[in-house]
Every structure is written in C-alpha cells, then in structure tokens.
Design a protein around this ligand. Structure first.
Ligand SMILES: NC(=O)C1=CN([C@@H]2O[C@H](COP(=O)(O)OP(=O)(O)OC[C@H]3O[C@@H](n4cnc5c(N)ncnc54)[C@H](OP(=O)(O)O)[C@@H]3O)[C@@H](O)[C@H]2O)C=CC1
Ligand SMILES: O=C/C=C/c1ccc(O)c(O)c1
Ligand SMILES: [Zn+2]
Ligand SMILES: [Zn+2]
Length: 367
C-alpha cells in the first residue's frame, strides 16, 4: 500500500530513516489499514526494537476514533509494546541486541522540569507520548502497531525473566497505570479494602495487583456476567453490580480507596458512598464526556478525588519486576494483525477477556 501524503512528508524530513510496516487509522472511523512509515536510524542513545506483541489499550480506541479530539492522522497507535532489541546506539549501556524489552506510553520528556528532575516524568508538561504526539524533532510519533520502534534508552524497560512477552505487554500501560497510584495513595497495604470500577484491561490487572499486595478487593461492574470469572479466575473477594442497589448497599462505607477505570462517563455519586470516611477515589479512566460529581458526596466524608496518569519509568520497571516475582500477568486474547479491526469493534462493546494483544511478530506482514 502506498504511504499517505502526511507519512511521505514526514519521511522527507528524516534523511537517515528506515521503512517499516504499520497499521494506521486515517479518520474518525478508526478503521486500520497497513501503512509504510519511517523510523529514524538508531541514534547514539537509541534502542531499536523488533516489535513482537502490542496490547490494545482503550486509549488507542479513543484516539483512533478521535474521541479526545486530538488525533493527528494517520494514527499508528500502540503503547503496550513488547519486543526484542535488534541494535543499540554507542552510548547505550543498559541494553544489547537480543534483550527482551518493553515500551509504554511515553518516548520523550523535557528532562529538566521539576517533574522530570524528581522522577515523575509522566507529568512533564512537554511529554511526548508514544504515538499521536509531536516529538522534539518535529515528527509525529507512531506507536507499536508496527514492526519496528526506535526509542531513547531512558524510555525502555527490561522484561524480567519469567514474564511472558504476550501477557506482559499490557502491563506497560494498563499495569503501571493502576500499580503506580495504588502505591502512591497507600492502596497497596495488606488488609486494606480497595474497589475497582470497570473490569476491563486496566481493571483486571488492578484486581491481580491488589491480591498480590494482600488486599481485599471488590469489583464494581456494569456487567453481571463477569461475576463468576472475577471471583473464580481473577481472585476478587467480592463483585457488585453498580446498578444493583442491594449489591451496592452491601459494600457501602467499606473501602479505603477505589481505582476508577471506567472508559465511559457516569454519575460518580453512588461510588463515593462505598468509601470509608477519608477514603480516596483515584480516577484513571479517561471518558470522552465529563464526569458528574456532587460536592456533597465528597465533602461530607472528607473524601479525596484524585487523578493519575500512567507511571514513571522507575514505576514501570518496578511494576514489571513485581509482576514477574508475584506471577501477575494480563489475561489476553491474542489476535492477528488482520483481525485488529474486529478486535477494536469488540473492545468498543466491552467484549474482551481482558486485553487484546496483537501478535505483531508473526502476523504483521505484507501480502
Ligand atoms: N490515566 C491513564 O494514564 C490511563 C487511562 N486509560 C483510560 O482508562 C480507561 C480504561 O481503559 P481500558 O481498561 O483499556 O478499557 P476497557 O475497555 O478494557 O475497560 C473499561 C471498562 O469500563 C467499564 N465500563 C464501560 N462502560 C462503562 C460505563 N458506562 N460506566 C461504568 N463502567 C463502564 C467496563 O467494565 P465493566 O463491564 O466491569 O463495567 C469496561 O470493561 C480508558 O478510558 C482509557 O483511555 C488507559 C490507560 C492509561
Ligand atoms: O493509555 C494511556 C493514556 C494516557 C493519557 C493520559 C493523558 C492524556 O492527556 C492522554 O492523551 C493520554
Ligand atoms: Zn494505554
Ligand atoms: Zn519535563
């Protein structure tokens, strides 16, 4: 397939570049088709990575459908990237060809602001996301729905032994996005009770991390059909349906904190009632539409509403190592590159258990 005009223009800006096959959305239909993109040659601080697996995050779907109104088409999504190092630049000390590595949601930051200096580079105001972002050289970033990525060493993490690449890939976004705020907000302490709103890609790994921390965990879901697997397969202690009044009453005022992963907007009022006094609601879901929050739901019990965005690179490596040590990995449905549009349609309907992962290494090929 011929490259689009925008991709061709980008290619001309990069005299030293390689071609790579990717999957791109070209408009808000979100339909993905093969595209030829360019990747820079391996710079002195870069790691070139052959992509083997890439998870499909709901953020990918929000972006390709332009639900956040910020799409820069063509969009090559994907920020749950697992692969093998093929080449490193001369300054790269931590990785060598043949290493199994991962790349998550960011590929560049300013490296000098307060957030960067304190190791919270995920809050850098000049953050460059792995895709749909303008990099410091002016090019638009393309993500892991492609056969090759070239990433500065400091945004690459090591895949620990024992963590499979296909089931580990989703941890690079979904995993760290729930792990980091759980640690930051004291929701990783044994014996505490945490609620997880939304049993999807993020939610199911939140349940697994909570159990690995030794916590009590309750899933708060809109999908009654997930009850059995939440308890029996994922290890949740309880499961309540958010529209079922008696279910919700049974856990009222019991939770130290809630991780809210819902991808669609809803009234937050019933959820705040589940928190203990001074409990914390941590928002990680990014619905297209604004949330409804009543002041009375927060003020009365001295409750906190906080947001959290991904995690730092240090958080990400710590989370990957913790996952390997405690046997935490995503439940995945592996799909071929030519099945990606069907996977997106199913994700939009909540029909996935619990993360689609594209088998890029074996199936992204020219005809
Ligand atoms: N803050 C950050 O850094 C990050 C944010 N995100 C965002 O987090 C959200 C979740 O991502 P992901 O887990 O991949 O998405 P999934 O689609 O895998 O899961 C989302 C879950 O939300 C629940 N849900 C759907 N509709 C509603 C609704 N109307 N009300 C309440 N719950 C609902 C469903 O769970 P159930 O059936 O159990 O109700 C669904 O499975 C997305 O908005 C994504 O963009 C993702 C990564 C990082
Ligand atoms: O899936 C991860 C997305 C994270 C994200 C956070 C904040 C923001 O403005 C984005 O565009 C993406
Ligand atoms: Zn994501
Ligand atoms: Zn910065």
């Amino acid at each position: 397939m011929a490259p689009t005009a925008a991709a061709a223009e980008q290619q001309q800006l990069l005299p030293q570049a390689r071609k790579a096959l990717g999957l791109a959305a070209h408009d808000a239909s979100g339909h993905l088709t093969p595209i030829r993109i360019t990747r820079r040659n391996t710079g002195d601080d870069d790691v070139s990575i052959k992509v083997l697996y890439c998870g499909i995050c709901h953020s990918d779907l929000h972006t390709i459908k332009n639900e956040w109104r910020n799409a820069i088409y063509p969009v090559v999504a994907g920020h749950e990237i697992a692969g093998v190092v093929t080449e490193v630049g001369k300054n790269v000390a931590r990785f060598k060809a043949g290493d199994n590595v991962g790349v998550g949601c960011m590929v560049n930051t300013c490296r000098s602001c307060e957030s960067c200096e304190e190791g919270s580079e995920n809050y850098c105001s000049r953050i460059v996301f792995t895709y749909n972002s303008v990099d410091r050289d002016g090019t638009v970033t393309y993500g892991g729905y492609s056969e090759l990525v070239v990433v500065s060493e400091r945004f690459v993490v090591r895949f620990p032994d024992g963590l499979p690449l296909d089931r580990g890939a989703p941890l690079l976004c979904a995993g760290v996005t729930v792990y980091a705020p759980m640690k930051q907000h004291g929701l990783s302490e044994p014996g505490k009770h945490v609620g997880v709103i939304g049993l999807g890609g993020l939610g199911h790994v939140a349940v697994k991390f909570a159990k690995a921390f030794g916590m009590k965990v309750t899933v708060i879901s809109t999908s009654p059909e997930k009850r059995q697997e939440a308890v029996e397969r994922l290890g949740a202690d309880a499961f309540v349906v958010s529209t079922n009044a008696s279910d919700m009453k049974s856990v009222m005022g019991t939770m130290h904190g809630i991780i809210n992963t819902a991808c669609a907007s809803t009234s937050m009022h019933p959820y705040f009632a589940l928190l203990k006094p001074k409990g914390k609601m941590i928002l990680v879901g990014l619905p297209e539409k604004p949330l409804q929050v009543s002041a009375f739901a927060l003020v009365g019990g001295g409750k906190t509403l906080a947001g959290s965005c991904m995690g730092s690179i240090t958080d990400t490596q710590e989370m990957m190592d913790f996952a390997a040590k405690h046997g935490v990995a995503a439940d995945v449905e592996l799909v071929r590159a030519d099945e990606v549009n069907t996977a997106m349609e199913r994700l939009a309907k909540g029909d996935v258990r619990y993360r689609f992962v594209i088998d890029i290494g074996n199936t992204l090929k020219t005809d």
